[in-house]
Design a protein around this ligand. Structure first.
Ligand SMILES: [Ca+2]
Ligand SMILES: [Ca+2]
Ligand SMILES: [Ca+2]
Ligand SMILES: [Ca+2]
Length: 441
């Protein structure tokens, strides 16, 4: 029998400790064979893949079903969702699954997720793009496009409270509840997300059942429901919607923006509901919606509680019919929100531009709690320096300002007079550069 001396045992212990301290590793997936794996699921399922590991997926379209198998790993693409797609077409199930108790340390980031079809019998009826059951993963910078399910075309959550950040839900469908997202018995947080052109029976954009989601800085636009809630449908639910913009959503039964029923208590802060059909807010069967610091078209229907500081005035979207719901100069929504309703630590808007900005040219009508920089209503903070209203302050805006350089005595100067003093000069350049740099932080 081989004997180890004290030094060898000591060395062995050091090596073991070193191995433990090295900890998480990075695993690569590339369809061309140049990575550690060619399949995402093979990388996850590998016995060597442990909690804390990172799986980096290189560009390509991966036709497979991805189940995180309860592992708290970071699953991300190297190049973002435009270059990296997980396509479940033909598998007739959810494309991505967190159904084994994943925690917020399990991250899915930077993918387009499409082709999901969860229209089977329970429990195979939840979450076409992604299904979360009793799991709380972090989902960020993902585009859920063209998925379908009986409940939750884009994402279906049951007993799950994922953090969903910077995601897009486009053209997902259900004939039941939640074209974009469905929540049952949970309280997810949804921040900086866009819901466009999703459709459902109830809740074209989102449906909530027995849930209390928090939705912040998000846009619901052009979603449709054959029942109630073109944007959001609530059933025995208490969602809080802060700094959200609703526009062009439609619902056959009512609540083009928001439909609440069966003792739901919906809270709407710092939001804009404008241009939805047939109405903006619809409350039924002992439900209420409490609205404050918001702009709601058509006034308040029964059981809507005026929490104060609301307005009803054209929000002056940059291009409402075209879907650009950024604010134009003169919008009554600028500097009209309540800073106290913005969750602590949230410093940017849906575009990643600074959230607390004082527009020099707009009278402050909101509540800054003593601060001059007051949040706007809606998902987009008005940024004068984004002259072209595309969500970025960049060379294009700088170039536009250059076209009006040294204009004098002009009103707004086509948007180039950022200081509101009637001319375009170095002061305006200084404001633009300040905002440009702030957007890069
Ligand atoms: Ca503001
Ligand atoms: Ca102001
Ligand atoms: Ca711009
Ligand atoms: Ca000026």
């Amino acid at each position: 029998m081989k004997k180890y001396n004290t030094n060898q045992v000591g060395l062995l212990l050091v090596l073991l400790l070193l191995h433990a301290s090295v900890g998480a590793k990075t695993i690569t997936v590339n369809g061309d064979g140049s990575g550690d794996f060619t399949s995402i699921q093979a990388a996850i399922a590998d016995v060597g893949t442990m909690n804390g590991d990172e799986i980096v997926v290189f560009p390509g379209t991966y036709f497979e079903i991805v189940d995180l198998l309860g592992k708290d790993i970071i699953l991300r693409s190297s190049n973002g969702p435009a270059d990296t797609t997980i396509d479940g077409n033909g598998f007739d199930t959810s494309v991505v699954k967190c159904i084994s108790g994943e925690t917020p340390a399990a991250v899915v980031s930077g993918f387009t997720i499409t082709g999901g079809n969860a229209t089977g019998s329970f429990p195979a009826d939840l979450g076409g793009g992604m299904c979360c059951e009793n799991s709380n993963p972090t989902i960020q910078d993902c585009s859920f496009i063209g998925n379908t399910a009986t409940y939750g075309g884009g994402i279906g959550n049951v007993g799950s409270s994922p953090m969903v950040i910077d995601c897009r839900f486009i053209g997902n469908t259900t004939d039941q509840w939640g074209g974009g997202v469905f929540n049952e018995s949970d309280s997810p947080t949804i921040t900086n997300c866009t819901f466009i052109g999703n459709s459902g029976g109830n809740g074209g954009g989102m449906a909530n059942q027995g849930s209390s989601p928090t939705v912040i800085n998000s846009v619901f636009r052009s979603n449709t429901a054959t029942g109630g809630g073109g944007g959001v449908f609530n059933f025995v639910s208490s969602p809080t919607l802060t700094n959200c913009t609703f526009s062009l959503n439609t619902a056959d039964v009512g609540g083009g923006g928001i439909f609440s029923e069966s003792s739901s208590g919906t809270t709407v802060n710092n939001s804009i509901l404008w241009g939805d059909s047939p109405d903006e807010i619809n409350n039924n069967s002992s439900s209420t919606t409490t609205v404050r610091f918001s702009n709601v078209q058509g006034g308040f229907p029964p059981d809507t509680i005026d929490g104060g500081d609301n307005i009803e005035a054209d929000p002056l979207f940059a291009d409402g019919p075209g879907g650009n719901v950024r604010l134009m100069r003169g919008s009554p929504c600028i500097d009209a929100g309540n800073n106290g309703d913005v969750p602590p630590g949230l410093l940017t808007d849906i575009d990643g531009l600074p959230r607390f900005v004082d527009d020099l040219c707009t009278e402050d009508t909101g509540n800054g709690n003593g601060d001059i920089e007051i949040v706007d209503m809606g998902a987009h903070e008005f940024m004068r320096s984004d002259i072209l209203r595309d969500g970025m302050v960049d060379f294009a805006d700088y170039g536009f300002l250059g076209l009006r350089w040294l204009d004098v005595d002009c009103e707004d100067c086509g948007g180039a007079d950022l200081t509101c003093d009637g001319d375009v000069d170095v002061e305006d350049i200084a404001v633009l550069i300040d905002n440009w740099l702030a957007g890069k932080i």
